[in-house]
Write a protein that binds this ligand. Sequence first.
Ligand SMILES: [Zn+2]
Length: 381
Amino acid sequence: MNLHPLEGHDEARDGVAAALDRGCLPQALLLHGPPGVGKQRFGLWLAQLLLCQESSRAGPCQGCQGCRLALRVEHPDLHWYFPVKKPPSKGSRDRDDEALEDARTSRIAELREEPLQSSHSEEPLGLHLGTVRNLRRRASSRPAMASRQVFLIADAEELVAQDASPEAANALLKLLEEPPEGTWFILTSAEPGRLLPTIRSRTSSLHLPSLPTQVVADFLVRQLDVAPEEARKAARLSSGAIGRAMGFLADGDGDGPLEALRKESFRLLRDALSPQPGHRFSRALQYRPSGARGLRELLMGLEIWLRDLGAAASGAADALLNQEAGDWLARTAREQRIHPARVARGMQAVQDARAQAAGNVNPQLLLSNLLIRLHRILVAT
Ligand SMILES: [Zn+2]
């Protein structure tokens, strides 16, 4: 199955195609932008451009053998790396590295079958040191078919977070510093601030912005046969990111993963505002006592609810992302005398908690502290 067409990002496409045409496309690039905005799809498009035998300033030709193989993610010189779940240890470093490579190739096989997948993942994933060792081994050999080879390294910030030592990142650093001839490295990150500064400084960065909501909605209707109204709602909630919008679509009979989190984050807001302190503690205790990294998406949802509460308190009902809750938000803002300036402070508190969630903190403690703090900030006494 071919990859779906790359949507939007025309300016970035024109920029890289022109740079390649002039022979000055940097060999180490960092694509950054909001989650789910299409950074990996753009990276795969760029890989196709580099491997196309007839590429021009207009982009890849779409018809040559290089293009056809790249579009099916079967080109032998296109190497796609992304965070995976660490397989159980096999007892030796070589066998562990092989297991990581197996995890990567079987995931690519899945993506070939079903290329359109939500950008949201529930599991803790990492770019492990063994993966970087595999990548370095691959990068030291010549391209198999084309005159170039391309390494796409997705979610590059996960290089640091998982291994608790900068070793994985440093191993990659040497390659980025002096890429072998004809070898391109394309890194993607939604959180470039979490990358090692040395990686940031060795890559040329290219920002991919959010897409217009209408573009996202049209894509969902066209590619996934979503009903127009559901597509519009998912597009609005995604803030212009196709990969996130897909997470808001119904999943069989149930909610998509991001829709479930949106409802869960609403319950956090409700309990933060509740006059009953007990609600805040019992909510926090519903979470496991470890694995705070999984809370980051939930807290992002809470931040959006707060933003909407602030909009409702300012009388800007048109700006709501959670439009169906407009009445509840307006009534709550009125009854609880919510002040927009206090909401802004509340959003800062959530951002602080999100930063803490990246570390090794107890989720129950983090959430109970946050809900208590939000109550003090938001509810006028
Ligand atoms: Zn081509």
